[in-house]
Design a protein around this ligand. Structure first.
Ligand code: ADP
Ligand code: MG
Ligand code: ZN
Length: 483
């Protein structure tokens, strides 16, 4: 039997506001701040306190909704989702349930099979929970509770079950991250847990459109975990189906260390949470004026940016997409372009995607930690374009800049890398090359013209790679012609 995979993703993205969703506590970096230092009676869930909606969080959520082509609903409602967990002091989470802020959007992603449109069901506002750290100290095992994250604004973005492969799931997740970063509403810093995934997956006979029982995988905190968790779960479900069994609807956790999923509970239903309208918050009303204002100030998004790069600089589609996918890379490209007079965009793109990209991949550094600022790269590429250094030397200089910083000028001076266009010097090198290789010269003159390139190589080698290639070619052509 042929199987088809059905996946729907729920993405939880923290919104990078200054203060929390319903109180004025600062939002802090949960990996840096001293635990339990930004907590007040509201986010700690003390009785008798009142929540107040953070306007900036609503605006950030609207940005995301609009970027995903959603309808921003004029009136949305906050509800209480009741459950107990030690990281949730209130005993309920304020969330939007039947009436979310945004609904019915779509996201177009690129995969190896081409473009794919994934429908967005809804994007709703809620609040984050605190953070538990489980400590194993010999015989004493305990958990620490940090409430700093309690009440941090969270946007949950839910797709329709339109995703058909692990690759599409990854493309969706990375594209969405790129949009959140471009919108300035989330740092995209996965290590800090500002984006988390839950993946719903089921398997069905290919060619049918039934929706079989799904399994919801929790604790997916990285793209890799999402891919591994999905792959594991799909395998497991196919095995069950092949042996004639039925997959049970359940919620599982992803165990990153052992690479397996484990049953957490049979799938809860909405009624298990006893949702009811949050009595302390009025309906959230968003007037059309506000929506228009947010719409009109949306920044350029990765897809449009990629199309612009293709049109303006003649880049290949794949290259344009790579440059535009992440705002930090795109800004790096544009800032280099602005500082590099007379250097074609295509050249700059090739160096950023080539040498700089390879360095980032190899070292795990990011644009934010890079030692070479756009004007420094621009300066190097201007020197290259002017013929002051050749491409091979420019690569050596760039490698040093990436490792140690500094400027191209300093490195050229320190290492004596200036390229020479000195006519007399080059003429004498060419003469020597012809003199030292009479056999090759003979064959060239009797018609083997490809040897011109061989001679070019000889001269460049004699010059230690520092001769201006176009001057060498001219001089070589001149001397080869002579009888
Ligand atoms: P809940 O809110 O209980 O988690 P939803 O019905 O809102 O449930 O669905 C959550 C996610 O699961 C959505 O992304 C949806 O597309 C996806 N989904 C629903 N049914 C299936 C299915 N049979 N197989 C895979 N994914 C599914
Ligand atoms: Mg869910
Ligand atoms: Zn607070």
């Amino acid at each position: 039997m042929e199987y088809e995979i059905v996946i729907g993703l729920e993405v939880h993205a923290e919104l990078a506001t200054r203060t929390k969703m319903f109180c004025s506590c600062q939002v802090v970096d949960s990996t840096q701040a001293e635990p339990n230092t930004t907590v007040c009676p509201v986010c700690a869930g003390m009785p008798g306190v009142l929540p107040v909606v953070n306007r900036q969080a609503v605006e950030y959520a609207m940005r995301v909704g609009l970027a995903l082509g959603c309808t921003i609903n004029h009136t949305s409602l906050f509800d209480r989702k009741n459950y107990f967990y030690p990281d949730l002091p209130k005993g309920y989470q304020i969330s939007q349930y039947e009436h979310p802020l945004a609904s019915d959007g779509l996201l177009v992603v690129d995969t190896s099979q081409g473009e794919k449109t994934i429908r967005i069901r809804r994007a709703h506002l809620e609040e984050d929970t605190g953070k538990l750290t489980h400590v194993e100290a010999g015989s004493e095992n305990y958990s620490l509770v940090d409430l700093n994250r309690c009440g941090v604004p969270l946007l949950e973005i839910v797709t329709e079950p339109d995703i058909r492969s692990v690759e599409e799931a990854r493309a969706y997740a990375t594209t969405l991250r790129g949009i959140l970063r471009a919108l300035g509403v989330n740092s995209g810093d996965m290590e800090k847990g500002v984006i988390r995934f839950e993946a719903n997956v089921s398997v069905r006979e290919a060619g049918t459109d039934v929706l079989n029982n799904r399994v919801e995988i929790k604790n997916l905190n990285s793209f890799r975990a999402m891919e591994r968790g999905l792959t594991y779960e799909i395998d497991r479900q196919i095995k069950i189906m092949e042996s004639g069994g039925t997959v049970a609807q359940e919620t599982v956790g992803w165990d990153e260390a052992n690479g397996v999923t484990y049953t957490q509970r049979s799938k809860e239903d909405a009624h298990d949470y006893r949702y009811f309208p949050e009595p302390d918050l009025p309906p959230l009303v968003v007037e059309p004026d506000w929506v228009h204002r947010v719409q009109s100030t949306l920044p350029e998004l990765p897809r449009a940016r990629a199309q612009r790069y293709q049109a303006d600089f003649g880049l290949a589609a794949a290259d344009a997409r790579l440059l535009a996918a992440d705002i930090a890379v795109a800004e790096y490209f544009e800032n280099t372009l602005a500082a590099a007079k007379d250097v074609p965009g295509k050249t700059i793109a090739a160096w950023i995607l080539g040498e700089v990209g390879a360095y980032l991949n190899r070292t795990g550094e990011t644009m934010e930690t890079l030692r070479i600022a756009p004007p420094v790269l621009a300066d190097l590429l201007v020197r290259l374009t002017k013929g002051e250094v050749n491409a091979a030397t420019a690569k050596v200089i760039l490698a040093t800049l990436l490792e140690k910083g500094g400027t191209a000028g300093e490195i050229i001076k320190a290492q004596g890398l200036q390229q020479t266009s000195d006519q007399d010097l080059i003429a004498s090198l060419v003469a020597r090359a012809l003199q030292e290789n009479p056999t090759e010269l003979e064959s060239y003159r009797s018609g083997k013209e490809t040897l011109a390139n061989w001679f070019f190589g000889q001269v460049m080698r004699m010059a230690g790679g520092k001769a201006n290639p176009s001057v060498v070619r001219e001089e070589l052509a001149r001397q080869l012609k002579k009888e």
